[in-house]
Design a protein around this ligand. Sequence first.
Ligand SMILES: [Zn+2]
Ligand SMILES: [Zn+2]
Length: 140
Amino acid sequence: MERRNTMQKALTYETVMSYNGHPSADDIYRIIASEHSSISKATVYRNLSLLSEEGKIGRIEAFGNGEVHYDHRIDRHHHGYCRSCGRVVDIELSDDNDFLGMATPVEDGFVITSGEIIFEGICRECREKEKKNGTERIKN
Ligand SMILES: [Zn+2]
Ligand SMILES: [Zn+2]
């Protein structure tokens, strides 16, 4: 049983690492289940939580559509989500070392230890769709 658990965890890790983007837990489960039908959804979800607690994969807290996303990148970077389809993209800041210094807690005595900025936007695919339908909201 122990070996089986280790194997399933390794498989979950590999699936996140080879995913191009920021999968939801359900995305990862669907990929694994397509080849390993005996692995339960609960097991995949539990392994994703464990891996992110151990710092082996990134975890992006729910925003937009309320879904948690995972990340093969664990270095500090920021995220934007498409307000139309909920897709998550990476965002780099021009001066990433300084952004925490620019933040001032409004509540007295609060100390910032780490942080991430979440941006909202529209992804290229959704913009192209909107252009075709004549419903675009952002022009450029
Ligand atoms: Zn989109
Ligand atoms: Zn990312």
